[in-house]
Design a protein around this ligand. Structure first.
Ligand SMILES: N[C@@H](CCC(=O)N[C@@H](CS)C(=O)NCC(=O)O)C(=O)O
Length: 245
């Protein structure tokens, strides 16, 4: 069975999992811890130098990097309705790239909030660490936050990051124009890529992605919640109807 190296709270992991689950591709999940997990990740994937990001799918043929490539792999190897209808491939790729710009902006917002929240840092520690010593180990989580800030050159200009995320959401709203799907009247990967951007506006219910209360607060952007309430509603309906697994 394939192994997905994953960070369960990351929208990039969520995109890959949604496609794998949609196509009923069996896989087991191995949790990655930023910074601490990187040496093991490089050993597992055989990529000893250069950038490496999560998710990674390991199957018999080697490692597949990038959520988009994993979703395409799921479509080739699984069953179920296509998420990448050939006629819309270019448009789906464009939406994935546009949504990625929104997610990159969102990452600066979320990491800055986690850097300021000891509670969220404690929640981010690996599950095997006992509750009693978690607060004492937040220093380790702080290092992880700094590591992500450096690795992804995160901006400190949070107003600009918020405006960038809002720009992508405005485009999504205009393209949906009150409809249920971006393309062709049915679910495609474009909807999935766009929907996960809203994780950084108001996270989806715990039944889909479980977050501790302080982490949930870090993933919430109060200034955008009201403004994009219609898109949050759209995202929640999409999850209820299509997010199996
Ligand atoms: N283009 C990649 C981007 C993935 C990405 O940015 N992953 C980040 C999520 S924050 C990650 O790997 N973070 C953990 C790390 O770098 O150790 C994809 O679509 O999979």
């Amino acid at each position: 069975m394939a192994t997905l190296i994953a960070m369960h709270y990351s929208p990039w992991t969520e995109k890959a999992r949604w496609a794998l689950d949609h196509h009923r591709v069996p896989y087991r999940v191995e949790a990655h811890v930023p910074m601490l997990g990187e040496p093991l990740l490089r050993l597992r994937t055989g990529r000893l130098t250069g950038p490496v990001t999560i998710p990674v799918l390991l199957d018999g043929d080697g490692a597949i990097y990038d959520s988009f490539a994993i979703a395409r792999h799921a479509e080739r190897n699984g069953s179920g309705a296509p998420l990448f209808p050939t006629a819309h491939l270019a448009e789906i790729t464009r939406w994935n790239d546009r949504a990625d710009e929104g997610l990159v902006a969102a990452r600066s917002l979320v990491v800055a909030r986690i850097a300021a929240s000891r509670e969220a840092q404690a929640e981010s520690l690996p599950g095997f660490i006992p509750e009693s010593i978690r607060p004492a180990l937040t220093g380790m989580a702080q290092l992880g936050v700094r590591y992500l800030a450096a690795k992804y050159s995160l901006t400190r200009d949070l107003a600009r990051a918020e405006a960038r995320l809002a720009g992508a959401l405005d485009e999504l709203r205009a393209a949906l124009d009150g409809g249920a799907y971006l393309l062709d009247g049915d679910l495609t990967y474009a909807d999935i890529a766009a929907a996960v951007m809203l994780q950084a506006v108001r996270p989806v219910r715990d039944a889909f992605i479980r977050l501790g209360p302080a982490t949930r607060a870090c993933w919430t952007t109060p200034a955008l919640e009201q403004r994009y309430a219609d898109l949050i509603e759209w995202r929640d309906q999409l999850y209820d109807k299509h997010r199996r697994g």
